[in-house]
Every structure is written in C-alpha cells, then in structure tokens.
Design a protein around this ligand. Structure first.
Ligand code: PLP
Length: 231
C-alpha cells in the first residue's frame, strides 16, 4: 500500500486499511487487533454480530462491506460503525428510520456498480449521481463517500476504468453540492495498487492479510459470469 501510494505521489496515510476478517475465526480478528489494525471488515450481518458478541468492545471500528437486505437494516445499523454497501434508497430509508429511533446518525457509503456487471450490487452507474444525491438528502444518514468492487480480471485498464468511474461519480456529486464525503472504498487483494493509483481512501483486504478463507475456496473459485454492459 505504501509503495502504491508513493508511486502515485499520494500520502500513504490517506489510505486506510480495512482488514477483512470474514470467514476467519475470532482468533484472526484478535491477531489483527494485536498487530495494530483498527479497522475490521465483515460482509455478513450475522457473522459481524457473532464476532462482536465474542470479542466485546474492541479498540477499533467495524465495517460492514457486504450486501444488506432491507429486513436486516436495524441489526446492521446497530452493529456496524460504517456500512459500505448501501445500494438502494429503500435500504437507506430503513437505516435512517433506525437512526431516528435511537437518536443517532448512521454512517454509510453508497455502493455503485461501476463495472456494470449484472451480478454485482450497487446503484446502476448511469443513475448513480442522481440516486446517491437522493440518498444523501435522507435525514439520519451521513454519506461519507462511495464504494465499488471491480470485476475479477487482471486487465489493469479495465480495473482502472472501474475505479476512475467511482472517483468521477464523487466529483460530479461534489460539483452539485451534494452532502457526500470524500471517501472512496475501493481495492481488494488483487487490485489494491490500481485502486490506490485511482484515488482509493480505503482498501478492503482479506486474503493478503489472512490467507485463503477456510471453506470459501469453492464459492470464490466459481467462474465469474461474463460481464455485460462494460464499456
Ligand atoms: C471479501 C471481500 C473483500 C476482501 O477480498 P480479498 O480478495 O480477500 O482481499 C473486499 N471487499 C468485499 C466487499 C468483500 O466481500
């Protein structure tokens, strides 16, 4: 991460490392905390709940990075310090309702499907500016920025284009005066260098820190469906 930031003439301190502990036992989370990592990421509400219960209060921040079903919004708002994956106005409204009941603000990122792959979550890229603007006006939500996932490819030009589209979506929102923060959550084990070059402020890293997720190989080795609609 440091090398990628320096190569891009960026301050390495501007890129936060979210350690993705999904699929690993609580010992893995403890090891990450012991190593000084303060941002932890889980992609499922249930697993986040189980780990929070097992560990108790931690000197760190919990990030929820996976798709959240609307019916789990209350639990997600209660468990996560930052939800990276708000991908619909409906989910945003549900989260906001929870916030208003508890008198708190729910901090979120808006996920944008910048790759255009049909199997990916996120606001459709053609409507992203309009939808995220709408999201940012919901009382009780604080939209700190945007999140995306790149396609599973090695082609750097495709990866860079996917990340650049997220940055440009943020720039367009800021030009409109939308109350959207500057965070760009993008980059995983396979593409973090490209993401940092394109302006990432948060990378979400699992495999490079913890190795393969036990029992996850089958699902992740499944061939990705061909991407459609990619420019
Ligand atoms: C699992 C996951 C990651 C981490 O992926 P690695 O390739 O293991 O680094 C990042 N973001 C999301 C949304 C994930 O689900």
């Amino acid at each position: 991460m440091g090398a990628a930031a320096e190569a891009a003439h960026r301050d390495p301190a501007q890129v936060r490392l979210v350690a993705v502990t999904k699929g690993h036992p609580v010992e893995g989370v403890q090891a990450a905390l012991d190593a000084g990592l303060a941002d932890l990421g889980e992609n499922r509400v249930e697993e986040l709940g189980a780990k929070r219960a097992a560990l108790g209060p931690i000197p760190g921040t919990w990030h929820l990075i996976g798709h959240v079903q609307s019916r789990k919004a209350a639990r997600a708002a209660e468990l996560a310090d930052l939800i990276h994956s708000v991908d619909s106005i409906k989910l945003g409204r549900r989260l906001a309702r929870e916030a208003q009941e508890s008198g708190a603000v729910v901090r979120v990122l808006a996920q944008v499907n910048t790759s255009g792959e049909v199997q990916k979550h996120g606001f459709p890229r053609d409507e992203a500016v309009e939808r995220v603007h709408e999201l940012s006006e919901i009382q009780g939500l604080e939209v700190l920025g945007l999140m995306t996932m790149a396609p599973f490819v090695d082609d750097e030009a495709v990866l860079a284009g996917t990340f650049r589209r997220l940055r440009e979506t943020g720039e367009r929102l800021h030009a409109l005066g939308a109350r959207v923060g500057g965070e760009l959550s993008m980059g995983m084990t396979n593409d973090l260098e490209v993401a940092i070059r394109e302006g990432s402020t948060m990378v979400r890293i699992g495999t490079a820190l913890f190795g393969e997720r036990p029992g996850w190989q089958a699902a992740e080795a499944a061939p990705a469906s061909p991407s459609r609609g990619t420019a």
